[in-house]
Design a protein around this ligand. Sequence first.
Ligand SMILES: C[S@@+](CC[C@H](N)C(=O)[O-])C[C@H]1O[C@@H](n2cnc3c(N)ncnc32)[C@H](O)[C@@H]1O
Length: 378
Amino acid sequence: MNAENFKMIATTFKGLEKVLAREVQELGGQRPRPLVRAVEFYGDRGFMYKANLRLATALRILKPLAHLRNIKSVAALYDKIKAIPWEAYFDAGRTVYFHISGRLDTLPHTHFVSQKAKDALADRFREITGYRPSVSKENPDVRIDLHLFRDQISVSLDASGEPLFKRGYRTATGPAPINEVLAAGLLRLAGWKGQTHLLDPMCGSGTIPIEGALMAANIPPGIFREKFGFMQWKDFDADLYAHIRNAVLKHVREPLEIIRIMGYDKEPYMVEKAMKNLQSAGVEQFVHCEAKDFFRTRKIPGPVTMVFNPPYDRRLPVARRDEFYRRIVRHLEENYQRAEVWIISEQSFDPYFNRRPFRRFQLMNGKIPVTFAGYKMD
Ligand SMILES: C[S@@+](CC[C@H](N)C(=O)[O-])C[C@H]1O[C@@H](n2cnc3c(N)ncnc32)[C@H](O)[C@@H]1O
């Protein structure tokens, strides 16, 4: 292994760990290992830049700095955070923010932990440089990740800064857009590789077809962003970043000519939004988007993979929702023979189909547990 390799942690949503590990492996990351909502791997600085640009199913790339043990008192927390050579990683002039996940059994007040960590970091900078970095929750230059567990803290620098689902292409959204990282994960869980037609018949702001087009054209999902966390670090190598950025762009290609990527929505204003997003992602020539009521559509010839999240309105009476879902399934059975249909929904579609799904995944859509199930139509 390259001597300059270091450990990184890519975080993701529950249920996407394996697809993310595969992405890391395919990109050339060393020793990818799925964890809970994360994947550990090794690589050098250039790989860290590439991972931020290329990984479609990662939420953040973290660079661990220290693993602190025996945090049994406020004094221990303060001393151990202060002992980290922060000035080696970034300048005192940067604004910082501590993001905390998990919880310490020994010091259960999380807010207090972040306050003490900030004091320790600021005091160290003041003693060494005469300046103290200021804290900014909105748009900090440097985001520090503290993962608390029992009496331990993993301290990492966040190489992504803003989470990676903020691709930068989605300017217009509807009431319930799916997260970009989740959409990219669904396509990979469904095993879609750009070899069959892809249809999202209820595409809303177009996230699923856009992520499909990025994948089929090998467009790095992070390419639209101007900022990543690592750009604020002392060791940021702008030439290396420019080189990596150019190199990943060389792999962009046209999707296979024989496949079509399509999105329909019955609301013309949603289709307008989707079109705007397609344009800002630069994939409008690869995706056909149209205002169409699903119940008036038919399958186009050739193998089709459908991936969609039908509307789920908790305010709707169950009987009406039941009727709507039953209609969806009836329409699929009558008009989408031999399509592979993947549905992400809070409520299982099994009772409406006369078949069991051939694959099923339990995922989270935000805070809501959902099922992602694939059905093969006869
Ligand atoms: C949960 S949203 C999909 C969100 C989308 N994945 C995104 O990222 O924005 C469901 C969409 O289904 C659309 N819809 C509802 N009934 C429909 C129908 N009969 N035909 C087509 N679209 C429909 C709604 O207009 C809404 O945009």
